[in-house]
Design a protein around this ligand. Sequence first.
Ligand SMILES: Cc1cc2nc3c(=O)[nH]c(=O)nc-3n(C[C@H](O)[C@H](O)[C@H](O)COP(=O)(O)OP(=O)(O)OC[C@H]3O[C@@H](n4cnc5c(N)ncnc54)[C@H](O)[C@@H]3O)c2cc1C
Length: 296
Amino acid sequence: MKRLREFDYHEPTTLGDAVAILAASPHDAQILAGGTDLVVDMKIERLQPSTIVNLKAIPGLKGIGIVDGGLRIGALTNVTDIEASVLVCERHPALSTASSILASPPIRAMATIGGNVGRASPASDLGPALIVSGATATIVGAAGTRDELVEDLYSGPGATTLASSDIITSFFLPDPPAGFGSAHVKIGKRGSGTDIALAGVSASLVLADDGTVAECKIALASLAPIPLRARTTETVLLGRAPTDDVLAEVASAAAEEATPIGDMRASAEYRTTLARVLTRRALAEALSAARGEAAA
Ligand SMILES: Cc1cc2nc3c(=O)[nH]c(=O)nc-3n(C[C@H](O)[C@H](O)[C@H](O)COP(=O)(O)OP(=O)(O)OC[C@H]3O[C@@H](n4cnc5c(N)ncnc54)[C@H](O)[C@@H]3O)c2cc1C
């Protein structure tokens, strides 16, 4: 078996120490959360960090709770815990579903929400779901603490806007207003629904009293270099009644806004078709949730 390159290993017990170690380390330092991405990336030599900082001994980075105005999810919270959370299921169906179809149960038990965003895979399930939930990330680094919208954290395939000493400590998901519904759908290679997305779409919307769409967010997975908020597509739906014809128009707009690559898993043409099909499906499910209809 191939040996990993040697690295310095740290297990700080405070956030301050973790930030200080990262700030004093070379820029190739990596955070270890669940390790489901990092260890694979090291084995295939995509990453060869000289320093690893394990966050697991730092208290307070794990858990899901109600805070003023919304839900806070600690960055070290496992995907399994998000999948099982009634709070998440009731308020943010897109994130709940995305968690339930991310990889297999053993991976979900180790994988964390912070690691999913930190890895910044264009195929991420949680990224699009967080984006349509209006989530912000709290980030602690050498420059202090700040909050940023998750949608602004992605800068390219596998790349974020985070500085090398930055640690995501938690995510805040604002309470959804009345008339809110959200959904996440994806297609994987084996059709099992639990493998990496050939394409995926998260959608959320808020229905006004007159039945028109007052707010709408759509985010794409494996259809752009980053988990992408499809803002142009959203404008096609805003202010209109979500009839079948309108949803078809929105789905076509998503296929236009998507910029998928073709690779060994799917052609760009197939992914463009999936953008149309999955956008329509995600919006239909989000509408059902907004109307309080039981899932099929
Ligand atoms: C077989 C397999 C199948 C998979 N299927 C899917 C899938 O269907 N959908 C999907 O979305 N993902 C999938 N993944 C990817 C992976 O499981 C997720 O991205 C997972 O959520 C990563 O979390 P982690 O805690 O394991 O991250 P780690 O591997 O520990 O870290 C990943 C990266 O994020 C950074 N990081 C970790 N925590 C933080 C933090 N708090 N702040 C800042 N940066 C941080 C690390 O430095 C590292 O670069 C799959 C992985 C495998 C191995």
